[in-house]
Design a protein around this ligand. Structure first.
Ligand code: ATP
Ligand code: MG
Length: 425
């Protein structure tokens, strides 16, 4: 077997050239969560299969064909999480986080779905998500939308995403609507494609999601969920819209937005972009008041969203919104000229890091000529090369050679060199 082992299709390595950009975005996300006082929760990547089957819904794409499911050595059916809402509910119930209290939580990590890999669609991908529990009103729906809107502003991409909004109403209203919808589809059976005919029985609302152009006219004439809302849901929706209006958040009502998972009720929303082709949804979320009860807990309202990080990164790259300083690289690169200097350089490196905690310093290891060391210094991205040779050691001095501008090389007493570096940061 001479074939080299490769990564699994649709599962990406994050290489060191790209990781500073991810870290930059992750930093922004974490600080945003802090600013709204949301707290992080981390759950395992693997859960019992039943958790996802029961929450996401048996007749959804995710459960029907996208889950990575396997038996462990005891014969128990486990699944790599395809999303995290159900797992967070499971953890919150298990640890008593839902009893007589409100929670504002966030998570970040990899999710797994067996999909056809393409740009913006992978088999391992990453989400950051929010889950808020114990609050029934439209105020918390608005808060998480405002939070996401702030993120787009913070990243400089606010004018490139659109908020799409819909309400799915109460389960009862949805059941009545479902009947009206099925009746309508029955009268247009000849236009339905094979997938849709199957869904007509299992999950007719999902037919509205179809991108088949041959069904577009028929779908445009379908009865609308918004016309079937119960009064409480309509009121909830009106209040949410009024808050968004007052906050200056634009939105488009999309009566066909039903989202892929079964557990939503009332508010559903997506942030979409036209800059990424058909993988245009960057963030999706909504309210899921029935989910906790469905998973065996006391009735507890919940609302949340998930952002696809790969799509967010693609969008930021496409729009060239990644600031230069987010791309990482060393500030300084310390060269050691001559054998005696090699150990001294490591020790000096420690002293510099003691004195300048913000300094990103790479100390040259492995010897070599001045020319080869300076080439490495250049590749490190450092703004300045620090040169330590026998003379410098003997006199307690350090030579600084700017690499990115035509400033003069100079040899300074160590304290002055530290002060010079402090100004550089
Ligand atoms: P889509 O309609 O694009 O398949 P979805 O409705 O299945 O999306 P959600 O389950 O709502 O997606 O997940 C929230 C977000 O996670 C999506 O808006 C998207 O940004 C991201 N996402 C979902 N599936 C993938 C995937 N396979 N690869 C990369 N990102 C994904
Ligand atoms: Mg999907």
């Amino acid at each position: 077997m001479s074939n080299k082992i490769q990564a699994i299709r649709g599962m990406n390595d994050l290489l060191p050239d790209q990781s500073p950009v991810w870290q930059y975005v992750e930093r922004q996300l974490r600080s945003l969560m802090d600013r709204y006082d949301y707290r992080e929760i981390r759950t395992p990547i693997v859960e019992q299969t039943a958790l996802f089957a029961r929450s996401i819904g048996e007749a959804t794409d995710v459960v029907e064909k996208e889950m990575y499911t396997f038996d462990d050595r005891n014969g128990e059916s486990l699944t790599l999480r395809p999303e995290n809402t159900a797992a967070v509910v499971r953890a919150a119930m298990q640890h008593g986080l839902l009893h007589n209290q409100t929670q504002r939580l966030w998570y970040m990590g990899p999710m797994f779905r067996y999909e056809r890999p393409q740009k913006g669609r992978y088999r391992q991908f990453h989400q950051i998500g929010i889950e808020a529990y114990g609050m029934t009103g439209p105020d918390i729906d608005a808060e998480i939308i405002l939070l996401s809107a702030r993120l787009w502003r913070q990243l400089g991409m606010a004018e490139h995403v659109t908020l799409e909004l819909n309400s799915l109403g109460s389960p009862e209203a949805r059941a009545a609507y479902r009947q009206a919808l099925v009746a309508y589809f029955e009268t247009h059976r000849e236009v339905l494609d094979e997938d849709s005919r199957r869904r007509l029985i299992s999950n007719p609302l999902r037919i509205l999601d179809s991108k088949n152009p041959e069904m577009a006219d028929m779908l445009a004439g379908a009865p609308q969920l918004l016309d079937h809302l119960d009064e409480a849901s309509r009121d909830h929706f009106e209040q949410l819209k009024a808050t968004l209006d007052a906050a200056g958040i634009g939105y488009r009502i999309n009566p066909r937005l039903v989202r892929g998972l079964d557990y939503y009720s009332r508010t559903v929303f997506e942030w979409t972009t036209t800059a990424l082709g058909s993988q245009g949804t960057v963030c999706g979320g909504g309210r899921y008041d029935g989910l906790v009860e469905q998973l065996g807990g006391k009735p507890t309202p919940g609302v949340g969203f998930a952002i696809g990080l790969e799509r967010l990164m693609l969008l930021l790259e496409t729009l060239e919104l990644i600031p230069e300083e987010a791309k990482g690289g060393a500030d300084a690169y310390l060269l050691a000229m001559g054998e005696a200097a090699e150990r001294e350089a490591l020790l000096l490196g420690e002293r510099l890091r003691d004195a300048l905690p913000a300094l990103r310093l790479q100390v040259h290891c492995g010897g070599g000529s001045f020319k080869s060391q300076i080439r490495r210094a250049d590749r490190s991205g450092a703004k300045v090369a620090l040169i330590l040779g026998e003379d410098e050691i003997a006199n307690g001095r350090l030579t600084l050679k700017p690499l990115r501008d035509d400033g003069d090389q100079q040899t300074l007493a160590l304290d002055d060199a530290i002060a010079w570096l402090a100004r550089l940061l």
